[in-house]
Design a protein around this ligand. Sequence first.
Ligand SMILES: [Ca+2]
Length: 689
Amino acid sequence: MKRNRALALVFAFAVCFWFLPTPTLAQEKAKRKPNIIVILADDLGYSDIGCYGGEIKTPNLDKLAKNGLRFTNFYNTARCCPSRASLMTGLYSHQAGVGLMVENLNQPGYQGQLNRKCVTIAEVLRLIGYRCYMIGKWHLTRNNNFTTAKDAWPLARGFDRFYGLIPGSANYFRPVGLMRDNTPLEVPKDGYYLTDAFSENAVQFIDDHFKDHKEEPFFLYTAYTAPHWPLHALKDDIARYRGKYREGWDVLRQKRHERMKELGIVDPKWKIPPSDAKPWDKLTEKERDDLDLRMAIYAAQVDRMDQGIGKIVAALKKTGQLDNTLILFLADNGGCAEVIERGKGGELGGPDSYSSYGQGWAWLSNAILRLFKHWVHGGGVSSPLVVHWPEGIPERSRGELRRQSGHLIDIMATCIDVSGAAYPKEYQGNKITPLEGKSLVPAFNNQPIEREAIYWEHEGNKAILVKNSKLVSRFPGPWELYDLNADRAETTDLAAREPQRVKELAAKWQAWAERADVLPLRPYGKPKQTKTKASTKTEFQFQAGDNLTGENVPDVAGKSISINADIGPKLGDGVILAHGGRNHGYALFIRDGRLAFAVRQSGVLTSIEAKTPLAAGKASVTALLNKNGTLRLLLDDKLVAEGKGKGAMPAVPGEGLQVGQDLGAAVADYQAPFAFKGDLRRVTLKLTD
Ligand SMILES: [Ca+2]
């Protein structure tokens, strides 16, 4: 009896085992982390690809969209470098040190490369065992030359392998500066095309991964340079579009609008802003032919990128990993209206040309939205976002649109969400800025994404989005207010009607700008050297409250400057004298009781400050800028600070000179007008050659 029971138990156990539904497979599937591929296009308009209404053939992206999701309100930062910084780190770009491009402007938010207060997606994912690969354009370091420091290059920021370009745009046929990992490659010979090389190397990375590391998940960041200028494409691809743009930008924009309505990307009730491009029928035959060719080349560039994406998808399919891979396709900024003509001649589209497609076509690329790359109106910051992930997106939802607002900062949060990684508080001994983004995963199931606001700032252009209300300004213009639910293309400004709302949102934007290293604003990447008329005098006597503009300001360009002031007995912080602003300027001021002198040249700030606070009482203070670049501060003729700047002022600052305050943009890193709180009795300025 006992024996029978034992046998029965053994039998039952065996049966259970036998009939267990292949446990290893199900469990493995449950714990298998998804691979993640982020594909970034460069200077691609909101509606360029087929599944957003474009006439450009993008069957591979369209298929991903059909089996995945498309977001209609997804945003970037309006420009290459800040978008890449934001995407990589989950922070607003200024917080990562890249508020502008890759120049160090000696300001925390504008250091020109990723700082150490942020982590990249690769750095986070590798902590839980992901292998991380990068293809394409990095554009996140000021050290672009292979002989310089590589501490902000992909391999120093979490990637195991890299093939691509450290700086921005390049010749597609003969790119200079190609790298494999940290090693420079020779300029390619005939038959090379950058977009294809990126696609092929991405496929290679995937193949190698499944050969050598198939137990581990991977993260692949593929940053194409397409369709950023120069207009360079393969002849066969161009031929398929040549002549298709002869209808012109007015008609084609209308056609895109119709398709966008059909696709549900835009609401039929929305108005569309008029384009300010020259009417197509006012152009000459020669102009039209040239413009048709330009847009055909641009379309060919997008088409070729799509063909490459097809190859990447095929590589995943081959290994059976497509369903377990989250693919995100997006763009770093909207279509670009910059006019570039600097080739050595040669056939347009070929290796010796170096041109762009211009503003008229940028209106088409960004249809139905306003403005372009650089600006934070819809045309500048709206990106397609195609999400493909069969194992993560419910079957019933596939092919749908998502209207939840999202931003590049959300990509890090999404990667963390789907992988189970943790965003670190500290990394390699550095304190890390808290994550700004929100996971997009709730939106995959059509749930809302809870957030307070989305913010933008680039080159002084600024915006904030709270629910459907967008407050936006085009530098140096006033705030405009739009209800994006009723008016996605920003045609009807509600600012005058809703001053209270403007005030609220502006205050919110200001609070963000103050906490996110945005201020002081840096409106231009490379300031224009404007010639300002100025006084011919070499000696000036001022008193508190003076405000000189136009031809009355001292002609400081190329000269040594000396400023002397009698101050006290009452002393306090503030500006004694300031001339200029964000591009060029100089200012003598007191901060935290210490005497300070700052010079700004072509946006770059040099400042010196006394080590000890001023003692109470009357004092004579002097600031000197020698045209050899030496800065000096003297207190009662005694040297209290010294430093070395670039040299004399290169130009007369465009903004005026004030005594006792700094009107307009701040010369140095204080909050203008920073009015002087002490006694200011007499100020003298002298110029010497
Ligand atoms: Ca770009």
